[in-house]
Design a protein around this ligand. Structure first.
Ligand code: COA
Length: 187
């Protein structure tokens, strides 16, 4: 099995999930998730319709020689009766190689799988991979302050709140704060 497949269990260990590198064939499904209004209203970035070329930009480096060695973008899959089914994405973005930092983002696009522990397990595995294998010193994450599941999953994965951007997100005519978080590898 590829060393870039990261396995985990969720729902109190009852179910199996895994992270595998994103490839071009995933993009159409991912754009569909981005454009789902219920998913979108929890995000503070993809607030306008996304297209295939947005996916192309977002995953520009997926498949590059560097990312062949250590992928930064993964599809989250769950084991359904022995078949791996894609349910979301997890990735590092805005990497600053000379500083060894990046931002972490995750999304479960199939809403049937929200609140079952997949996000928490994904964040934990991605932090471990980012620090131990990619070599990041710092991994940041941001979340709209109303996105309780995201904030909780990130904190359970070791992220600490480092600040609030006030009135950063305009949703349905109201402004909301954005919570800034990070995991910093000890020296
Ligand atoms: C954010 C997201 C990735 C979290 O993943 P998830 O698998 O749904 O989250 P988890 O099941 O691991 O839950 C994390 C915590 O959120 C809380 N939570 C779970 N369900 C909840 C609910 N219905 N209401 C409020 N909080 C809830 C719990 O504290 C949970 O911890 P627990 O397992 O100890 O109870 C996922 O919900 C998602 O993709 N949402 C839409 C897109 C998005 O918001 N992406 C993140 C943008 S920053």
């Amino acid at each position: 099995m590829s060393t870039h497949i990261i396995e985990f269990v969720f729902q109190r260990g009852d179910k199996k999930g895994r992270l595998r590198p994103v490839n071009r064939k995933d993009w159409a499904q991912i754009v569909g998730w981005w454009n789902d209004p219920e998913v979108r209203r929890l995000f503070d970035v993809h607030f306008v319709d996304q297209t295939f070329s947005d996916a192309e930009k977002w995953f520009a480096k997926a498949g590059s020689e560097e990312e062949e060695k250590l992928p930064r973008s993964f599809v989250i899959e769950v084991d359904l009766d022995g078949k791996w089914v894609p349910v979301g994405t997890a990735e590092f973005y805005n990497e600053r190689p000379s500083h060894k930092t990046a931002e972490f983002g995750f999304l479960i696009g199939d809403k049937n799988w929200w609140g079952k522990g997949i996000g928490t397990e994904t964040a934990k595995r991605m932090v471990r991979y980012g620090v131990d294998q990619v070599g990041y010193k710092r991994i940041g994450a941001v979340s709209a302050a109303y996105n309780v599941r995201s904030l909780n999953a990130l904190q359970k994965a070791g992220f600490q709140i480092e600040g609030i951007r006030k009135s950063y997100v305009l949703r349905d005519g109201d402004y909301h704060d954005q919570t800034m978080m990070s995991v910093v590898r000890p020296d």
